[in-house]
Design a protein around this ligand. Structure first.
Ligand code: SF4
Length: 371
């Protein structure tokens, strides 16, 4: 199987219509660019609303002044370069600084930008930290793309984490099954590693990032089938993205298909107010409406995802809305005592983030300050 070629320069992409190139050139220079032959082949250039195109092709609206470089304030929870510890039971290791393509709406696009030194490639520091924190029972490998590490390196990381007695499960956050399944299918060693760690008492979870049903090609389906047969546990997540999956039918189709493939719907996120993300962001209450609409007609199994705002206060879920009020509930609070607590706020149809709800801030910041 021929491996898809990677493109790290926007002007090197073959066959891209001239106008589209010129429109996106400055955004590509500012935020970086990367993709590959396989994912490009999914684009229908005759369709100006093609979702795959919107996911990876830079556009000039990204240059609009909007948002923050680190909208969830991950720096606050970074204990050492490349290791975040926000919730007591979970450590997050950033293990790579590139992806199979760059999503234009990436909330961690800072790590792809020039001069970023957020990743410490000596992971021994991380094993040592995790070993010293017995409250950590699960580790999430993320980035960037963990599955673009050399397979030997991935094996080494899993080996080292598995030896830590209190680590009970390891999660791999990945979009490679969408971006470049051919790369995975060509790597038998990768599947041997999955097999090895899926049989231990420490289960291996894959949190698959799919944004649109168009990404579910025969190649990605083959990877999913192999991972499942080897005993890995598969979950899926996506943000709600303007112009990409903001039709309820698209999300409905995505979650129905993924559930039928045996994948657990996990999180649907509010698009974070990251710099460059304005063209993809929808007001929070609009995203929640799309999420709710998309669930109509789905089975209970396909409705297991929660609508989540991943904020500096933790993961906050929207659990209901009426004409005047919106109900937030802490799903994973930074302060564990707040898990499950609800905060009822006055609606704000123009809000993009929790900071746009004064009632929420009063409650949450009062608490954080009082800690
Ligand atoms: S897969 Fe995730 S980390 Fe990679 S570019 Fe997309 S959003 Fe960013």
């Amino acid at each position: 199987m021929k491996l898809p070629k990677y493109y790290i320069k926007f002007d090197a992409v073959p066959g891209i219509p001239r106008g589209i190139f010129e429109e996106g050139r400055d955004a590509a220079n500012k935020f970086g660019f990367r993709t590959n032959e396989y994912y490009l082949s999914l684009i229908d250039w005759n369709d100006p609303n093609d979702p795959i195109r919107k996911i990876i092709i830079p556009q000039k609206d990204e240059l609009e002044e909007w948002g923050f470089i680190d909208p969830s304030q991950e720096s606050t929870f970074t204990k050492q370069p490349g290791l975040q510890h926000k919730y007591p039971p979970t450590a997050l290791m950033l293990v790579n600084n590139f992806c199979g393509s760059f999503c234009r709406f990436c909330f961690r696009k800072r790590i792809f930008m020039k001069d970023n030194k957020e990743i410490d490639w000596n992971f021994d520091h991380h094993y040592k930290y995790i070993l010293g924190h017995k409250e950590i029972d699960n580790v999430l490998l993320t980035g960037g793309e963990p599955l673009l590490l050399p397979t030997k390196k991935l094996n080494e990381i899993l080996e080292n984490l598995s030896k830590i007695p209190h680590v009970e499960s390891i999660r791999i956050g990945t979009k490679l099954v969408a971006f470049n399944p051919i790369k995975l299918l060509a790597d038998d060693d990768f599947f041997s590693v999955v097999n090895k760690f899926s049989k231990s008492s420490k289960r291996l979870y894959f949190i698959l990032h799919f944004n649109h049903p168009k990404e579910l090609t025969p190649y990605s389906l083959e990877v999913i089938e192999k991972l499942r047969n080897l005993g890995a546990i598969l979950c899926c997540q996506t943000p709600v993205l303007k112009g990409i999956n903001d039709r309820p039918e698209a999300l409905n189709d995505l979650f129905r298909k993924l559930t039928n493939l045996g994948i657990v719907p996990y999180y649907v996120f509010q698009c974070r107010p990251t710099i460059g993300n304005k063209p993809f962001a929808l007001p929070l209450e609009e995203s929640y409406r799309i999420f709710t609409e998309s669930r109509k007609g789905l089975s209970g199994l396909a409705k297991r995802a929660r609508f989540i705002i991943s904020s500096r206060f933790g993961k906050v879920m929207v659990s209901g809305i009426d004409d005047e009020k919106i109900v937030f509930q802490y799903h994973m609070a930074v302060d564990l005592d707040r898990n499950g607590k609800t905060i009822i706020c006055k609606r704000n149809p123009k809000a993009y983030w929790l900071d746009d709800y004064p009632d929420f801030l009063n409650e949450a910041e009062g608490t954080m300050l009082g800690q």
